[in-house]
Design a protein around this ligand. Structure first.
Ligand code: GLC
Ligand code: MG
Length: 531
């Protein structure tokens, strides 16, 4: 059971992102669903996570696979029914697992009744809930771009002689958050899932809610992906968004123990940090995506974590992510021949031992890989529009690999995306029975984190170490835990303070007392409790 009086559970929790299309299919249509997730809850409990975030399962024409919602209060039949959701929620809560759902309110689907009404006439009740500009000739009002269609973000609406704005696909028209009625309507939709008992929201592209009031063109930049050669200072990332975050926070706080985690769009850690608010009156957490864009290097990882800690306003709580449904999985990003697997172990220890809430992405505990798909198998609109540049997101969304049976135990039918070819060797069943597997390594790390509160909420201080090694201490009360990560295939020497080995990736590390100069093995992880 979960404790509704526990307001800070999300600081101790480990989150696990479920992409529902790809996790488990209960009804044999090749697409994962809510019942499928429910049948796998015990797996998540055994793994040792505390909360899951489920990507959208709401009614949707699926032009962006659920990130285009046509009814915020309904479950799409593809994923099941509202009863399936309440049953999943209840089953999760019984097991002590929290459930966070996705809130996609920068835009709706163009099939949402609000937009259908809005586009019918300028005098429609919901017209001003979306963003319009008068159409005179063929030239769009400014240079804003549609990310997933690689063209202007302005689309003509004949009925009113206006352009509407859509910076993802054309089927995702953007809301006018400056309209108070729209705001109130969104807050009502947001209450719906919290009233049902959901533990909070992951907020999709939250820093894009508000656009420049003068609709100025963005200045040019030199970066193609994902910026399409623009600095996005006018179509998103406006300062007025903080006021909305404060309103959302008040709404969430009125429920006591619910959490808001914002996707604050992109790679700007400073912007993300600012979304916590100085009085902790904005988002509980804003995603820190910096690791997604870092090369494999102890120095770079430490610099990234350090920078994030120093950017956060006083009292704000950090978080870390290595993989999600929009980026190449880190197993593949950090591929390095025979060292790929050892690197995945080091990465897991980093994510789970740093100070901050970790977000795992389904299948990373198995070392699920990303591979290129032939053009005919692509489903992601971004992948299709940018082929053959491979900016698509299908490779990180392939079905969860449960066992060696056909379709990896994900579905009895052909899955919506092909299963990775390595599934016969790499799957939950085979890794559960192998004590040396990556899955068992994650399970051990998660179990250790759960028993050691120093690893959850303890203070962090960096330890001096050679450049290939990332080393730090976590302290809570009289407990002090030292973590040494050798991020290289070399054997650097570290000065280890006397202590007991809590967990090591090297079988030779044993459980004994270790102290003094020690030569780490390639990619060795050593977690020690000080004496
Ligand atoms: C976010 C989601 C992404 C989606 C986009 C539009 O970036 O993570 O998957 O396509 O928003 O909603
Ligand atoms: Mg299904």
């Amino acid at each position: 059971m979960i404790d509704r009086n526990d307001k800070l559970w999300w600081q101790r929790a480990v989150f696990y992102q479920v992409y529902p299309r790809s996790f488990a299919d209960s009804d044999g249509d090749g697409v994962g669903d809510l019942r499928g997730i429910e049948t796998r809850l015990d797996y998540l409990v055994e793994l040792g996570i505390d909360a899951m975030w489920i990507s959208p399962f709401f009614k949707s024409p699926m032009k962006d696979f659920g990130y285009d919602i046509s009814d915020y209060r309904a479950v799409d039949p593809l994923f099941g029914t509202l009863d399936d959701f309440t049953s999943l929620l209840e089953a999760a809560h019984e097991r002590g697992l929290r459930v966070v759902v996705d809130l996609v309110v920068n835009h709706s689907s163009d099939e949402h009744p609000w937009f259908i009404e809005a586009r019918s006439s300028k005098s429609a009740r919901t017209h001003d809930w979306y963003i319009w500009k008068p159409m005179s000739g063929k030239k769009p009002p400014n240079n804003w771009v549609s990310l997933f269609e690689q063209r202007s973000a302005w689309y003509p609406n004949e009925a009113t002689g206006e352009w509407y704005l859509a910076t993802f696909t054309r089927n995702q028209p953007e809301f006018n958050w400056r309209n108070p009625e729209l705001r109130a309507a969104i807050y009502d939709e947001a209450r719906f899932w919290l009233d049902l008992g959901a533990d909070g929201y992951r907020m999709d592209v939250a820093t894009a809610y508000i656009k420049d009031d003068e609709f100025r063109s963005n200045p040019r930049s030199l970066t193609m992906n994902p910026d399409l050669f623009q600095h996005h200072i006018y179509d998103r990332n406006r300062p007025e968004v903080h006021e909305i975050f404060r309103e959302f926070r008040a709404l969430a706080d009125s429920y006591g123990d619910r959490v808001l985690i914002g996707e604050t769009h992109g790679r700007d850690a400073q912007l993300a940090a600012s979304c916590h608010g100085n009085d902790k009156d904005e988002l509980h957490m804003a995603f820190n995506f910096d690791f997604l864009f870092r090369p494999w290097s102890a120095r770079s990882f430490r610099e990234s974590a350090d920078r994030w800690y120093s950017l956060l306003p006083e009292g704000a709580w950090p978080n870390f992510t290595l993989s999600n449904h929009d980026q190449k999985r880190h197993y593949a990003r950090y591929r390095s021949g025979a060292w790929t697997e050892p690197r995945a172990r080091v990465a897991a220890a980093m994510l789970l031992c740093l100070r901050g809430t970790p977000f795992l992405y389904y299948g990373e505990e198995l070392g699920m890989d990303c591979r290129e798909l032939p053009r005919s198998k692509l489903r992601d609109p971004l992948g299709i529009a940018t082929w053959p540049l491979r900016y698509g997101r299908d490779p990180e969304r392939t079905p969860m690999q449960w066992d060696a049976s056909e379709n990896a135990g994900f579905s009895s039918a052909e899955p919506w995306l092909p299963v990775n070819p390595d599934y016969r060797e790499r799957n939950v069943a085979s890794q559960q029975s192998d004590p040396e597997s990556l899955l068992r390594w994650y399970t051990k790390l998660l179990a250790l984190r759960r028993t050691e509160s120093a690893l959850q909420t303890g203070a962090l201080s960096w330890l001096d170490a050679p450049s290939d090694v990332m080393a730090w201490s976590r302290t809570a009360g009289t407990t002090r835990i030292d973590v040494y990560l050798n991020c290289s295939p070399r054997k650097p020497e570290v000065a280890v303070a006397p202590g007991r080995v809590l967990l090591g990736s090297d079988a030779g590390a044993g459980d004994g007392i270790v102290a003094g100069q020690r030569r780490l093995r390639p990619y060795e992880v050593l977690i020690m409790q000080r004496q």
